[in-house]
Design a protein around this ligand. Structure first.
Ligand code: SF4
Length: 538
């Protein structure tokens, strides 16, 4: 009897997404896991289907082998439709006819989803006592021992397997029962590309390090992701067989829409960002593979817009050698021929957008000419001093140049801005600061108001409309460089951290409340629960 695998996510923690953050997108992390399992148990039928569909050799919908099913609770919660009862009944339905120990429940957890994930896992444990529970995602990667009812005492394990890093290889070995005991792991790990010495077992609580899929030692893996099957989009179809994801119209995208992840990682070192620790290096899909996915989404679902939701679409100039630009240029040339009406949007760095090209036209001109309608650009601050503290690797002038270049090619820019106190980075250098001193407090507020005023003036000057401004109060997200700094320095300077969330492990630096009030309240478009005290109901 083949196993039954149910993949899901906790609902979104809206407290952390106070503004108009990305619309819900197909959760491609679990879509890739689903594709690996689907191909394994169908003899590669899913990959073959995608290929034939693009070639026009099949026209019928895909009939899955029935091993995997999924539920996107992030999308449901965005529309207020999440319910644990729906999740429970879909899992029970999927398990019908299978023995309970043939059921695997996989949960991908971001740190801000930990509150809900824990409560969800407690209920799933109770209601499916013999199912094997597998957790993965960023929180599992950084804090693999958090999935107990009482983590400090390792009491009440809430998972049977915790997968650190990427799960495409690990999930196969887990579902095939090859990693159940330390002896099994030792015997089988290498067949699945797993390093057994990076895994730890504590009774029946198994931590498997899945590694970074196909990552080369040199750090830049051009096209290595082509070895993955196409993500299993079919897992997220609605009753009519369509993909239920709305386009983010701020980028000029239109329905029907879908998202693709054409690269993994970002080897820059922005101090507020968790990606350099989570996904070091840079790996890509080839232009041909991206085009195949776009053509598939176009013929299968009528998709007219693609959002490339990944950290850095055009890598260049970071901490490892290599550039993706030549690939991007090839992709643009082919896209114009094969899907001339497709609209698309990317995330990119300002400095990578303004580099000259050997072929003449600017990078923005190449991209816009191939249908690019929007870019998500991390501006972060209009203060060069803050950009240095963030180790952004760009200047305010470069940000300005990139935004203007986009404007002159009718490419919409959605900006992120991140506000925090500059002196949290320098606290160790000024150990005698008295946090209660009135002069210090007065100067600090003056400094905050100057940063806020300059940054808002920059956005106004570049005519960025309100809905295209993503403004955030700085948070120590595990395990960004700022998180590590706060965690280390708070021992000596407790006032450096305003609040600690023991579940998500977020560290809220001093000034968070001030910045959150200034940014979120004043914009009058906030949800009332933008606060580190907020606990969403589940
Ligand atoms: S903020 Fe962007 S450019 Fe900086 S490290 Fe993160 S993903 Fe890379």
């Amino acid at each position: 009897m083949p196993p039954r695998v149910f993949l899901t996510t906790p609902p979104l923690n809206m407290a952390e997404t106070p503004l108009q953050y990305h619309r819900p997108l197909a959760p491609l992390g679990i879509a890739y896991l689903g594709a690996m399992l689907e191909d394994r148990y169908s003899g590669g039928a899913w990959s073959q289907y995608v290929e034939k569909r693009v070639q026009g050799k099949v026209a019928h919908p895909y009939a899955s082998c029935g091993v995997v099913r999924a539920l996107d609770n992030m999308r449901l919660s965005f529309y207020g439709q999440y319910s644990y009862e729906r999740l429970r009944s879909q899992i029970a339905d999927h398990a019908t006819g299978a023995k309970e120990d043939e059921l695997f429940i996989g949960l991908s957890v971001l740190s801000d989803g930990m509150h809900d994930a824990r409560r969800m896992l407690i209920k799933l444990r109770r209601e499916f006592p013999r199912a094997k529970i597998v957790v993965g995602g960023p929180h599992a990667t950084f804090f693999p021992d958090d999935f107990y009812s009482v983590p400090e005492r390792r009491e009440g394990p809430l998972a049977d397997f915790v997968v650190r890093n990427e799960g495409e290889l690990a999930i196969l070995g887990i579902v095939e029962g090859k990693f159940d005991t330390p002896a099994d792991l030792e015997r089988n790990a290498h067949r699945y590309g797993i390093n057994p010495h990076a895994c730890t077992y504590h009774d029946d609580y198994r931590v498997i390090d899945g590694g970074q899929y196909a990552a080369p030692a040199a750090g830049f893996g051009a096209h290595v992701l082509d070895a993955l099957p196409p993500p299993a989009y079919f897992l997220f179809e609605d009753e009519s067989g369509s993909l239920p994801y709305e386009p983010d119209r701020r980028y000029g995208l239109q329905a029907p829409a879908a998202n693709i992840n054409s690269s993994r990682g970002c080897p820059h070192k922005c101090t507020f960002c968790t990606i350099p620790m989570l996904v070091p290096g840079y790996r890509t899909l080839s232009a041909q593979r991206i085009l195949q996915l776009m053509e598939f989404l176009s013929v299968q679902y009528g998709v007219q817009s693609i959002f490339f939701r990944e950290d850095n679409f055009i890598y260049e100039g970071g901490t490892i050698a290599g550039s993706r630009w030549n690939d991007v240029e090839d992709f643009c040339k082919e896209l114009k021929k094969r899907l001339p009406d497709m609209k698309w949007a990317i995330e990119a760095r300002a400095d990578n957008l303004v580099q000259p090209t050997p072929s003449g036209p600017s990078r923005i001109a190449h991209l816009a000419d191939a249908g690019l309608t929007g870019i998500y650009v991390g501006v972060e601050s209009a203060s060069d001093a803050m950009l240095k503290l963030y180790v952004k690797g760009s200047t305010v002038n470069t940000m300005s140049e990139a935004i203007q270049a986009c404007g002159s090619h009718n490419v919409a820019v959605v900006t992120t801005v991140c506000y925090g106190d500059p002196d949290i980075f320098l606290r160790r250098d000024y150990p005698l600061i008295d946090d209660a001193d009135d002069h210090y407090k007065f100067n600090l507020i003056e400094q905050r108001e100057r940063i806020l005023g300059e940054t808002r003036a920059f956005l106004d000057h570049h005519e960025i409309p309100l809905e295209r401004r993503e403004e955030y109060a700085l948070v120590g997200i595990p395990v960004s460089a700022i998180y590590k700094l706060l965690d280390r320095e708070r021992v000596k300077f407790p006032a450096l951290v305003e609040s600690v969330d023991t579940e998500s492990r977020y560290l809220y630096p001093k000034g968070f409340r001030w910045w959150a009030n200034a940014i979120y309240d004043l914009k009058r478009r906030v949800r009332p629960y933008v606060s580190y005290d907020y606990r969403p109901p589940i």
